[in-house]
Design a protein around this ligand. Structure first.
Ligand code: N01
Length: 545
C-alpha cells in the first residue's frame, strides 16, 4: 500500500472508480470548490483500459470521438496515432488527463470499496474499503463502469487445468508470449474477436471454442494522417456538438467536415436486394460499427434485419475457405445488432490459417476442462494455455458487489432483486445523494461512453450547484419517478428487436441474473433532451430537502 489509509475523514463527495467517469467527476468537483476522494481498485487510472490488456485490445469507437470534449485545449494537443486507438494508447491518454489536471493527489489506488452505508440522521454516506479505509461524504458517486466484473465460466474442471489460464479482462501487465504454444480460447465476443487474430500470429496452434457466433464488421483501422487530423481538428467543436446530440457517429462515420449523419435508407422495404447490397457494401468498405446504421429500421423491422444479417453471412462465407467452418461462424440465433456488434481486424480470415481450428460447441459441447485441455463429447483437445474471453457481469455487477445500503438500511441487492431500477440511470429511490454514472436505464453501453460520461457528470454537477444555491442538502428520487422511467426504458426496448438478442444487455449471460433490458435504447440525443427538460423543470422527479 503506497498511501496512508483514510480513517474517519470526510469529504463533500466520494467517487468510486478512476476510469474516465471518475476522472472527469473529480475534475468537475474540484472546479466547484468541493472536496472529493476517489477510491480505485487498480494501481492506476484508466478503468476498463487499465484491466483489459488482452492482445489486440482496442476501442471500437474512433479515437477522435472516444476522447474528452470538455477542454478544447486537451483535444487539440493530444495526438491519436490510429483511427481506432489501442488499449495502451487509451491508457496513456487517461494517465495524461490525470496528470494534466493534477487529479492523482485525490485518488487512492488499490482500494476496493467493500461497503457504502447511508446514515439518514447525519445525511452522510459512510464508505469502507477492503484496505481498511473508512471515510464519510455527503454525496457518493459510483463511477464503477459497465463492464468491470469478469465472468468466470461455470465449466466443470476449470480449476483442474494444469497449464496457464488467463482471463481477457484481467490480463497480466507484462503480457503473455504465446510463441510455440498450443492455445485454447473460450468465447467469441468482442474481446475474443480482437484477440484471436493477434494470438494466432504468435501461437503454434490456436483452438477457438465457440458456443454462439457473433456478427463482426471490419474496422479498416489505419494510422491517422496528420494532415487529415489537423483539418478535422479545425472543426472539432462542431463535431463534438453533433456527437452530443447523437447526430454524428464516432463508430466509423467521421469525416473532416461535420455532418449530420442519416441512414442511407430509412427502410429496406422498398429496396431490391441489389440496391440494399450496394448500400451495405458502401458502409462495409468504410468500416466500423457505423455499418449497422446504413438502414434506419434495422432494429425494428425483422425483415430488414434479416437481410442485413444475410449480407454479413455472405461476407463470412466469401472470406472463410472451409465451408463447414464458415457455416459455424454464421450467426443465426439473434437479430444483428441486438448483441453488441464486433469490430475486427482479419477475424474471419484468421480461420484460413493452418494453425487455427474452430470447435463448434453447439455440435460438440464441452464436457469438462481437464488438466491438459478440454474434453468434448467423444474427444479431447489438448493445449498448453487457456484463454477465457467469457465476458462480464455487466452494468449491475460492480454495484452489487459492494454492500450498498440506503435509507432504513435497505440493501441495493434487495432493491434490485428483480433487476435494476433507476430514475434516468442516475439515481435509485431510497438511496439519497447517491449517483451512478452511466448506470442501468441510461444510454451507456449503447453509446460512445465518453459522450455519456460527460453528460452524466455535467448533469450531476449542475444539480449540485442548484442544490447549493437553493440551500438544499439532500436529493433523492421518488418511487413514482423511478417506476415511470423503468416503464419508459422497457417500452423503448420492447419496440425494438433488442430483447431477442439474449445478450449481456439483458443479463442473459449470467446464470440466475434477472432478464431486464438494462440500457436506454432511444439514443443519446433523445436522452439528453429528456435530462435537459428535467433540469429546466426544477429537476422534475428529484426531491430536494
Ligand atoms: O464478452 P461477451 P466480451 N462456455 O459477453 C462465451 C465490450 N468490449 O468480453 O454467447 C462457452 O460479448 C460467450 O458465448 P455465448 C463490448 O461492449 C468492447 O467479448 O454466451 N462459451 C461469448 O462468446 C462487448 O460487447 C471492446 O454463447 C462461453 C463470450 O464467451 C463487451 O465488452 C472490446 C461460456 C463472451 O462474450 C463484452 O465483450 C472488448 C461458457 N461457459 C469488449 N461462457 C471494444 O471496444 C461465456 N462464453 C472493441
Amino acid at each position: 500500500m503506497t498511501t496512508k489509509i483514510d480513517n474517519g475523514v470526510t469529504f463533500d463527495v466520494i467517487i468510486v472508480g478512476a476510469g474516465f467517469g471518475g476522472l472527469y467527476m473529480l475534475h468537475r468537483l474540484r472546479g466547484m470548490g468541493l472536496t472529493a476522494r476517489v477510491y480505485e481498485m487498480g494501481d492506476n487510472v484508466g478503468g476498463t483500459w487499465y484491466w483489459n490488456r488482452y492482445p489486440g485490445a482496442r476501442c471500437d469507437a474512433e479515437s477522435l470521438a472516444y476522447s474528452f470534449s470538455f477542454d478544447p485545449d486537451l483535444e487539440q494537443e493530444w495526438q491519436w496515432s490510429e483511427r481506432y486507438a489501442t488499449q495502451p494508447e487509451i491508457l496513456r491518454y487517461a494517465e495524461h488527463v490525470a496528470k494534466r489536471y493534477d487529479l492523482l493527489r485525490d485518488i487512492r489506488f488499490e482500494r476496493k470499496v467493500s461497503e457504502a452505508h447511508y446514515d439518514e440522521n447525519a445525511a452522510r454516506w459512510q464508505v469502507r474499503t477492503e484496505a481498511g479505509d473508512s471515510a464519510g461524504a455527503r454525496f457518493l458517486v459510483m463511477a464503477t463502469g459497465c463492464l468491470s466484473v469478469p465472468m468466470v465460466p461455470d465449466i466443470p474442471g476449470l480449476d483442474d487445468f494444469a497449464g496457464a489460464c488467463y482471463q481477457a479482462s484481467m490480463w497480466p501487465h507484462e503480457g503473455v508470449d504465446f510463441s510455440g504454444q498450443h492455445v485454447g480460447v473460450i468465447g467469441t465476443g468482442s474481446s475474443a474477436i480482437q484477440a484471436i487474430p493477434v494470438m494466432a500470429e504468435q501461437a503454434a496452434h490456436l483452438t477457438v471454442f465457440q458456443r454462439t457466433p457473433n456478427f463482426s464488421v471490419p474496422a479498416h483501422n489505419a494510422p491517422l494522417d496528420p494532415n487529415w487530423v489537423a483539418a478535422f481538428k479545425q472543426h472539432y467543436r462542431e463535431h463534438r456538438r453533433l456527437e452530443k446530440l447523437g447526430l454524428e457517429s464516432g463508430f466509423g462515420g467521421l469525416e473532416i467536415e461535420p455532418q449530420e449523419q442519416a441512414p442511407l435508407a430509412e427502410s429496406a422495404e422498398a429496396l431490391s436486394d441489389a440496391q440494399l447490397h450496394a448500400l451495405l457494401e458502401e458502409r462495409w468498405q468504410k468500416g466500423g460499427a457505423f455499418f449497422l446504421s446504413a438502414v434506419g429500421d434495422f432494429l425494428i423491422n425483422e425483415r430488414t434485419n434479416e437481410r442485413i444479417a444475410e449480407f454479413v453471412r455472405g461476407k463470412i462465407r466469401s472470406i472463410v475457405a472451409d465451408p463447414e467452418t464458415a457455416e459455424a461462424l454464421c450467426p443465426t440465433s439473434h437479430p444483428i445488432g441486438t448483441k453488441r456488434i464486433c469490430v475486427d481486424t482479419d477475424y474471419y480470415a484468421t480461420y484460413n490459417r493452418d494453425n487455427v481450428t474452430l470447435v463448434n460447441l453447439r455440435k460438440e459441447p464441452i464436457e469438462r476442462i481437464t488438466p491438459t485441455g478440454i474434453a468434448l463429447q467423444g474427444r479431447q483437445v489438448d493445449f498448453d494455455t487457456l484463454v477465457l474471453a467469457t465476458g462480464f457481469d455487466a452494468m449491475t455487477g460492480a454495484l452489487l458487489n459492494i454492500d450498498i445500503r440506503g435509507s432504513n438500511g435497505q440493501a441495493l441487492s434487495e432493491k434490485w432483486a428483480a433487476g435494476p431500477r433507476t430514475y434516468l440511470g442516475l439515481m435509485m429511490a431510497g438511496f439519497p445523494n447517491l449517483f451512478t454514472i452511466t448506470g442501468p436505464g441510461s444510454p451507456s453501453v449503447l453509446s460512445n461512453m465518453l459522450v455519456s460520461i460527460e453528460q452524466h457528470v455535467d448533469f450531476i454537477c449542475d444539480l449540485l450547484v442548484h442544490m447549493q444555491s437553493a440551500g438544499r442538502e439532500v436529493v433523492q428520487t421518488s418511487l413514482q419517478a423511478e417506476d415511470g422511467w423503468v416503464a419508459h426504458v422497457n417500452e423503448v426496448a420492447d419496440a425494438t428487436l433488442f430483447p431477442r438478442g439474449g445478450s449481456w444487455y439483458l443479463g442473459a449471460n449470467v446464470p440466475g441474473k434477472p432478464r431486464v433490458f438494462m440500457p436506454y435504447a432511444a439514443g443519446v440525443g433523445a436522452y439528453r433532451q429528456i435530462c435537459d427538460g428535467v433540469a429546466a423543470d426544477g429537476y422534475r422527479g428529484f426531491e430536494l430537502n
